[in-house]
Each structure stands twice: as structure tokens, then as C-alpha cells.
Design a protein around this ligand. Structure first.
Ligand SMILES: *Cc1c(COP(=O)(O)O)cnc(C)c1O
Length: 372
């Protein structure tokens, strides 16, 4: 089965060399030399200043909420977020005791619609949590203007936006904080892992204490913390993948462009924010005509040995456990029901097999535009 996301395995000899080093110096975790090296290298590669490595993308969100005073309070805080994302965006809020309040999405970019935020701001609103969905950039200027007008911090879930550039700078440098996931199925990975990019140095310092049980130093506890540290073994994998990041991204980029070329005139694709300069190639989402067509395509792909996945379904404001208060967004619900993500990173033969299957199922596909 061709997986929707194939974890990238770097050269074995390189990883072995890092493991030899770990055996030599006997440091396995607690901000060891490899975590420090990966931190420096990612700061350079991503062109960001205040970066903190953590144990997962979900912990990155939780720690960011804490560090910015969104969670860890007893006044029933709320955060305004998007109904279309991976469940962790909203479940991490819930886990932190923050009620997610679901706004709406833009019908073309599929990201949080800035105009849907102001009507939801109330006395308990403590943050805005947008998602750079499928690597597209949110309308950051409009979202940040709305948030600033209400004195709210913005925490972007940038799990899909590794390496993304926006108007001449890193997309991850926007907002008060942006989180990234380094899970094995994302493009860049550390097996499990993640990072938070903070705007302010003081927030990074606070988060550094939070992820180490709240220990500010030996015998010094500063508030309630958690263990969210990245280990040396995870950092070793990250250093290996980062060395080969071009080889890791290239097959994804190639498949991505092949899909765009074939599908842009015949299926509904995400409209990219015009300010986005460097795409992350983490997902290739397609919105089919309706749920029935999506299901036909999915079944045909499965029969052809292709594991296309419904990312992201159901829409988060239809999940009872996240107790959404307001009526669910029709835009997000309708889109989520039609979405399917195609495999990236499994090579040319895999891409061709996907396209061949799509041509067989979808009428009109494979003919030149205008052929009817
Ligand atoms: C993958 C993902 C996460 C969670 O990251 P983990 O590293 O798996 O904990 C959070 N948000 C989004 C949008 C994701 O896709």
C-alpha cells in the first residue's frame, strides 16, 4: 500500500555515527549537545530567532498556550480557532482547560476567516489560534489586526508550515508564537517532536522552564511545569533529516506539481495566499464535487493500493467531545466531507498510479481543458 505520507529515512551510517557519539558521551536527554545543535541549525535553516525544541507538535501547542498565559488559569478561558484542522489544534486547548470556540474558514484558502473572529470575541476570550492549513499561509495581517484590536495573542499552529516563507521572511516568525510538528509523517521530522517559535525572548525563557517540570535551576521551582523535552535520540534523527532536507522534499515537490498540473482545471484545489513564497509540500488536498465522488475516488485508490486519507474529517466543530457551543460551520462541514489528501513522497511510480486511477474514476480528467 502506498501510504499518504511516507516517513523519510535518512542514511543509516549518519544516524549510526550520532548514536556512537551518544554512547561515547552518555548524554541521552535534558537539553544535551544534539538538542542544542539541532536548535542552532533549525534557527538558521528556518530563519527564526527564538526557537524551543519539544517532545511533539501537540506539546508545542500546550506549552505555547501556557507560556503566553492562555491556559493555566481558573477563569474558564476561551480561544477562537478554526473548525478545519487536525484534531490536536482544538483538543490541546481542551486538554489545557481552554474552551475552543470555532470560527469559520475562508472558502478558497480554507484557513481561518478573519471576518468570522470579531463576533465571537467575549469577556473570556484569551487567544486566537489559526492554522496554516496544508502549508497555506493564513491571512496573517488581517488576523493579527483583529487580535490586536482586542488585545489578544495569536498562536499559529504551523504544523504544516515547516520552512514556509511569507513576504520575504519566515512564516513561522509571525504572531506571538508559532508551533511546528516534527512527527514522522510530516516532511521534516525527529520521529516524534516539535518546536515553538516565540516572538519574544522572555516567552521562550518561560517556556524553557515549563518544559522541564518548572525547574528554573537546581533546587528552584518556578510554577507548575511538565516534561516536554526532546531527547538526544530524536535530535540525532532531526540532524540527519535536516542534512538531507532537499532529498526529502524533492519527491514531494515533484508529486505536488504533477498533481496541480493534472487537477487544477478539473477539481477544486486550495487557493494559495499570494504572499506565500516557499511551500512545505506536507499534504496535497483535493476537494471533490461532493462526498459521494470523494468516496468513489477513495475506494478506487484503495483498490489500486493507494492509501489516500480523509484529512481532515469530521470538521472539529462537529466533534461532541470538543463541545462546540455554536451551530457548526456549513462551509467547513461541506468542505471536510469532500476532502481527500493524495500521497506525497513515495516516488514517480506512486504519483502516476494515483493519477491513472483518478483519470479512470473522474470523467474528463486526462483530456485537455476545454475538450469537454
Ligand atoms: C500533526 C499535527 C499536530 C500534532 O503534531 P504531533 O507532533 O503529531 O503531536 C498538530 N496540529 C496539526 C495541524 C497537525 O497536522
Amino acid at each position: 500500500m502506498i501510504p499518504v505520507a511516507r516517513p523519510y529515512l535518512p542514511r543509516r551510517e549518519k544516524l549510526d555515527a550520532y548514536l556512537d557519539g551518544i554512547y561515547e558521551c552518555n548524554v541521552l536527554t535534558n537539553n544535551g549537545p544534539l538538542v542544542q545543535e539541532l536548535t542552532r541549525r533549525l534557527r538558521d535553516y528556518l530563519d527564526v530567532e527564538h526557537l524551543l525544541l519539544v517532545g511533539s507538535g501537540t506539546l508545542a501547542l500546550q506549552v505555547a498556550y501556557r507560556a503566553l498565559g492562555v491556559s493555566g488559569r481558573d477563569d474558564r478561558p476561551q480561544a477562537i480557532t478554526t473548525p478545519l484542522s487536525f484534531v490536536a489544534t482544538a483538543s490541546s486547548l481542551k486538554w489545557e482547560g481552554v474552551e475552543p470556540v470555532f470560527a469559520d474558514i475562508d472558502t478558497e484558502t480554507w484557513c481561518l476567516d478573519p471576518d468570522s473572529i470579531p463576533p465571537l470575541v467575549g469577556g473570556r476570550t484569551r487567544a486566537v489560534v489559526p492554522v496554516h492549513l496544508f502549508g497555506n499561509a493564513c491571512d496573517t495581517e488581517a488576523i493579527e489586526a483583529v487580535a490586536a484590536a482586542h488585545g489578544l495573542p495569536v498562536i499559529y499552529d504551523g504544523a504544516h508550515a515547516f520552512g514556509a516563507r511569507y513576504r520575504g521572511a519566515s512564516l513561522l516568525a509571525r504572531g506571538d508564537a508559532t508551533t511546528v510538528s516534527f512527527h514522522a509523517t510530516k516532511a521534516f521530522h525527529t520521529v516524534e517532536g516539535g518546536a515553538i517559535v516565540f516572538r519574544r525572548e522572555a516567552d521562550l525563557a518561560r517556556a524553557r522552564t515549563l518544559i522541564n517540570f518548572g525547574q528554573a535551576g537546581p533546587d528552584q521551582i518556578e510554577g507548575v511545569g511538565i516534561n516536554a523535552k526532546m531527547s538526544e535520540l530524536q535530535a540525532a534523527m532531526g540532524l540527519c533529516v535536516l542534512d538531507e532536507i532537499e532529498a526529502c522534499l524533492e519527491p514531494r515537490r515533484e508529486a505536488w506539481h504533477a498533481y496541480v498540473e493534472e487537477l487544477q482545471t478539473r477539481a477544486c484545489l486550495q487557493r494559495m495566499n499570494g504572499g506565500l513564497e516557499h511551500h512545505s509540500y506536507v499534504y496535497f488536498p483535493v476537494a471533490f464535487a461532493d462526498e459521494a465522488q470523494m468516496q468513489r475516488v477513495k475506494d478506487a485508490l484503495l483498490a489500486a493500493g493507494v492509501g489516500a486519507r480523509r484529512y481532515f474529517f469530521p470538521a472539529l466543530d462537529r466533534i461532541p467531545e470538543l463541545n462546540p457551543e455554536r451551530p457548526a460551520s456549513r462551509t467547513a462541514g461541506d468542505l471536510a466531507a469532500r476532502l481527500l489528501c493524495l500521497p506525497l513522497g513515495s516516488g514517480r511510480d506512486a504519483t502516476e498510479r494515483v493519477l491513472k486511477t483518478l483519470r479512470a474514476v473522474l470523467p474528463g480528467l486526462g483530456k485537455a481543458a476545454g475538450d469537454g
